[in-house]
Design a protein around this ligand. Sequence first.
Ligand SMILES: [Zn+2]
Length: 318
Amino acid sequence: MVRETKVTASDLIAPLFVQQGLAANTPIALMPGQFRYSPETVVEEASALWKLGVPAVLLFGIPLRKDPLGAGAYDLAGPVPTAIRNLKSTLPEMCVIADVCACEYTDHGHCGILEGEFVHNDQTLELLRQAAVCYARAGADIVAPSDMMDGRVAAIREALDAAGLSATPIMSYAAKFAGAFYGPFRDAAGSAPGFGDRRAYQMDIGNRREALREIELDIEEGADIVIVKPALFCLDIIREARDRFDVPICAYNVSSEYSMIKAAGQLGWVDEERLVDDTLLSIKRAGADLIVTYHAREWIGAGSGIEPRRRGGAENNT
Ligand SMILES: [Zn+2]
């Protein structure tokens, strides 16, 4: 009764990987309990989440082919637009968020178009504009640029408005740090850079003031929701963003944070269920309104044979 912070199903966003041409759901080795889905089978997983009270999914695409220019990122027949259409026709009320980035679609695995060994910021903006419009046209409720190029929120906002999609909000990865946090994700999405790293466009984990400046810039450019990523390593940034800005703050409980708990749980070294409770509660207490988390289905509900939990999200949407 006196607990100040509570986490409910409606706070959560479930990330889902959608792979084109997949015959059967494929387990992701480095993220036990997570799968790659086809643009068709992803609907079953989203339906289960919706029944448990999770209001939103965040889609990442794995295309059949990759190329240096990441053209698959704005292919209307690609994995994400196809999944969006399938999801919206079956679950029209569910909030479908589309990740906007090039790294899942480029053969070099960087988040943009290269010039030599460096990502060309402004050429990449054009790709991001096309991708965002493509997903919004397919029916995405929100677009979520994760690339960290300068000026992308303004560029995407302008492109959406010009395409008659002014009602589509932007959830921007405003403060995204470079580091070892995303290893399991890159395995899942096949998006590890072929050379170098992302430190030219993502932030240094030691920089707190820079994170706040990036968030401020994104809000000025038109971001409707801002993401801080990774969540557990950045609880101080989440709190400071919450105190300073008035837009919804979303925290991304990233793949390494998920896989560490799963691994320790499998070894019997921690009480996995309680550790997930404490993780999500701490992120919320730090100031996050929304949490993107791979734990969503297992934590709330009956997924993977685990009994429904006490969270009371199930009545929300059914
Ligand atoms: Zn990327």
